[in-house]
Design a protein around this ligand. Structure first.
Ligand SMILES: [Zn+2]
Length: 567
């Protein structure tokens, strides 16, 4: 304890000294904080700092959004003085702000504003929900829903247009699978989109057909684009509503921020405006879609005035997803020997994009799920790095990095490529991954332990709305590597689970690093922004299954409580 006190006293003194310097430009000058901003002290529960040398503390002092001191309660309260506001954690446990390193911000909000199919448990139920929806839908209007997933359905197959047609013979129907890489449509939608049995598969997409060559209504990856024009795009007002909803949902889960993937470039301004207006409270790190690369290169990184919204990355795609057999594999799918998946990007195109991004100082985050997609992408990243030896390390990432050749694991470390992974994908996919991949390809699947041991940084996230977007489910999946009901078999490679200390880093410090923010975020230490997540239980020590019974209690961004559970 003496050591911790000593360290804390020193850090506190250093923080105060640093804050009185004049070299701190900007609106929120810590100098003001130290002198006159009101001080707040968080205490009354265990506080995990995320630091290896002083992993826990009793109290944290904050002023003007900045952490000023971390240490024992007595020391911090003494130093903070009589006027400090005390926030009592009431026995709950506090952590550095949890950040979802891969999510779709608009989609999280839109999930609440469109037909939500996540709870559907069978094809029969899907059809029943559709029939009910049709009763409140005008003639000719397209029905759009999302979130179904056939894993665990009694029919054990994907739905087809023949399932949907009786419920909706006339209105076009488009129902997206939870992974966003496939959708099922009815015959009216196929007709409205001009798709027939003779329509060729688009590049990077597949129109599923039965043995007779008839289109089944399932459209995979780029084939989805053939029908998206039928879906009414959300207007500005709906978008703002969706972002506000998503921010509230995420703060209530305990997330202080998210990395927003595949953002339409224009939406970054909407998000920044909503943040400045106090409608969006959490931090957002934008990875824009390919259409914005040139502007990002020309203008450089974009930050909102309050610093919470940052745009400096581009999101690209190598392949599709495993569930819909769009992930690009080096050998055919075990349960469909004629298919090896879909390549969504080609070498020349990729290298052109990579070179422009490297020269322009842009971080590249590329979706790659299959082993072939990951191997090719590592080759191409290496090629681009070699062609631009003077370029800075821009912390390029591979999003998902799900199925890897075991020999490729070390290449992530050699190339300093960050693996951006979603623990819940593993515990969901492992119900069907053995069928898709066979037993031998699972060694490099969702290989968190092996990647960390090789020296790779894993920025972890949820991929919401593909998954629920609950940090406790993600944390549990990372450390337990079991289904939510405790299921685990050898196929699940239990040895790839991570320790709780590692899991904490995967959701705090490492996402900060993956967004160039580790100097200001990711741990609880003096000088950093005061972003905290508070859960009702100490998820670093409770029995594994109890992690899922913890509840978010408080979410703090820049020292401001943006969510607090009702007592
Ligand atoms: Zn995603």
């Amino acid at each position: 304890m003496t050591d911790l006190r000593h360290t804390a006293a020193l850090l506190f003194a250093l923080a105060l000294a640093a804050c009185s310097g004049e070299d701190n430009p900007g609106k929120h000058r810590p100098a003001d904080a130290a002198s006159d901003a009101p001080m707040t002290v968080f205490t009354g529960g265990v506080i995990y700092t995320g630091l290896d040398d002083a992993p826990t503390a009793e109290a944290v002092a904050v002023a003007d959004g900045i952490i000023l001191g971390v240490g024992t309660r007595a020391l911090i309260e003494d130093s903070a003085g009589d006027n400090a506001t005390i926030i009592d954690l009431d026995g709950a446990a506090m952590y550095p702000g949890f950040t979802d390193a891969h999510a779709h911000f608009l989609g999280i909000g839109m999930r609440e504003l469109t037909l939500n199919l996540e709870a559907v448990g069978s094809i029969d139920e899907l059809v029943a929900v559709l029939a009910e929806t049709i009763q409140n839908t005008e003639q000719g209007e397209t029905v759009y829903g999302r979130g179904w997933i056939e894993t665990g359905w009694p029919e054990a197959r994907m739905p087809t247009r023949d399932d949907l047609d009786p419920a909706s013979p006339d209105n076009p129907v488009i129902l997206r699978r939870a992974d966003d890489h496939a959708l099922v449509v009815n015959s009216a939608a196929l007709e409205a989109a001009g798709i027939n049995d003779a329509t060729p598969d688009p590049d990077g997409g597949r129109i599923e057909r039965d043995e007779t060559g008839r289109a089944t209504g399932m459209l995979i990856d780029n084939a989805q684009n053939l029908v998206v024009a039928l879906i009414k795009a959300p207007g500005e007002k709906t978008k703002r509503q969706a972002y506000a909803t998503a921010s509230n949902i995420y703060a209530a889960y305990g997330w202080t921020g998210l990395h927003n993937m595949s953002v339409a470039p224009a939406n970054t301004e909407t998000i920044a405006a909503l943040s400045e207006d106090g409608v969006v409270d959490i931090r957002v790190y934008n990875s824009i879609d390919q259409s914005g690369l040139n502007a990002l290169v020309a203008n450089g990184p974009q930050a909102s005035k309050n610093g919470r919204i940052l745009t400096r990355a581009v999101k690209l795609y190598m392949d599709g997803a495993l569930g819909s057999r769009g992930a690009l594999l080096s050998a055919p799918y075990s349960d469909r020997p004629k298919t090896s998946g879909l390549a969504l990007m080609h070498h020349e195109e990729a290298l052109d994009l990579f070179n422009r991004a490297l020269v322009g100082g842009v971080q590249v985050n590329t979706h790659a799920i299959g082993d072939e997609a990951n191997a090719l992408l590592l080759d191409w990243y290496a090629e681009a790095f070699a062609a631009n030896p003077d370029a800075a390390d821009l912390r390029w990432r591979i999003e998902h990095a799900q199925i890897l050749h075991t020999e490729d694991i070390k290449r992530f470390a050699d190339l300093s490529v960050i693996a951006s992974m979603q623990p819940s994908h593993a515990i969901g996919d492992l119900y069907f991954a053995p069928d898709r991949l066979g037993p031998n390809r699972l060694d490099g699947a969702y290989a968190w332990r092996s990647l960390i041991d090789a020296g790779v940084i894993i920025a972890a996230g949820s991929d919401a709305p593909v998954e629920r977007g609950d940090p406790l489910i993600e944390f549990y999946a990372a450390v337990a590597r079991r289904g939510l009901d405790g299921t685990q078999t050898e196929d699940w490679r239990p040895g790839e689970a991570v320790t709780r200390q590692e899991a904490l880093k995967m959701f705090t410090l490492w996402p900060a690093y993956a967004a160039f923010q580790e100097q200001s975020l990711g741990t609880i230490e003096p000088g950093k922004r005061a972003d905290f997540t508070v859960f009702s239980k100490d998820i670093m020590t409770v029995p594994e299954a109890q992690i899922l019974t913890a509840k978010p209690v408080m979410t703090v961004v820049d020292g401001e409580i943006v969510y607090r559970a009702e007592k």
